[in-house]
Design a protein around this ligand. Structure first.
Ligand code: SF4
Length: 227
């Protein structure tokens, strides 16, 4: 299967820009440390719930120092609604401590430094780099993985390889947006178990959408060739 070219990605971007002119990160807190904490909390949780929890969490703990000094049990209780609260609270507190001890209390601005923070992988690092610091990068979450494979942007199986493929074809100045656009499209049309191919504006540009599978059972619910 031929992967999409940079020119084809530009066409895809035109469609997505038209469809989602307001696409943005759905986590509300854009201050770097708060976005980092929100992104850790968002694993296996909805952004809506994280935003709701954030409304009280960041009042009780406004900065890295407050998170670092909080009794762990208290922090766990505060993030409990987001699930996996033991591990999330530990990651957030350990990250806050490292930010204080190694980075002068400021969220670092490089990929390698961000990856040194507990609980932070490339997805979170790219989110913070792109949305807070304007550094190009593509956030490869579950939506980006699914859509990249269906559309034909990548045939890789891991987030790292999909990110590498996307970086080759998405213009640097659009890489941060591109992740947000894929999330918006994944929620509206390219739903995991039930892609709405017949109604999808990307269909003429999408490998899966143009395939026989999209017109058959997969379009109404069954898994297709590119899950
Ligand atoms: S045509 Fe179908 S598979 Fe392709 S992006 Fe649209 S909904 Fe997803």
């Amino acid at each position: 299967m031929e992967r999409k070219t940079a020119d084809e990605v530009r066409e895809i971007l035109k469609v997505l820009d038209r469809e989602y002119p307001e696409a943005d990160c759905t986590l509300e807190n854009k201050e770097p440390f708060r976005l980092l904490v929100s992104a850790i909390l968002a694993a296996q949780c909805t952004d809506e719930r994280v935003n709701l929890v954030g409304k009280t969490l960041f009042v009780a703990y406004p900065d890295p120092k407050a998170f670092a000094q909080a009794p762990l049990a208290e922090l766990e209780e505060a993030v409990r609604p987001c699930g996996f609260y033991h591990v999330k609270a530990r990651s957030i507190q350990a990250s806050a401590m490292r930010i204080l001890s190694s980075f002068g209390g400021e969220v670092p601005r490089t990929m390698d430094e961000l990856l040194s923070l507990p609980g932070v992988g490339r997805k979170i690092a790219n989110l913070v780099l792109g949305d807070c610091f304007g550094t190009p990068g593509v956030v490869v979450d579950t939506h980006a993985m699914r859509l990249s494979r269906r559309i034909g942007l990548s045939d890789a199986d891991t987030p790292e390889r999909i990110e590498r493929d996307l970086l080759r074809i998405v213009p640097p100045e659009r890489q941060t947006d591109f992740g947000h656009l894929l999330v918006a499209h994944g929620r509206k049309f390219c739903i995991a178990r039930r892609p709405r191919c017949p109604a999808c504006p990307l269909r003429p540009l999408c490998d899966y959408g143009r395939s026989a599978a999209a017109a058959g059972p997969a379009a109404s619910g069954a898994e297709g060739r590119r899950p």
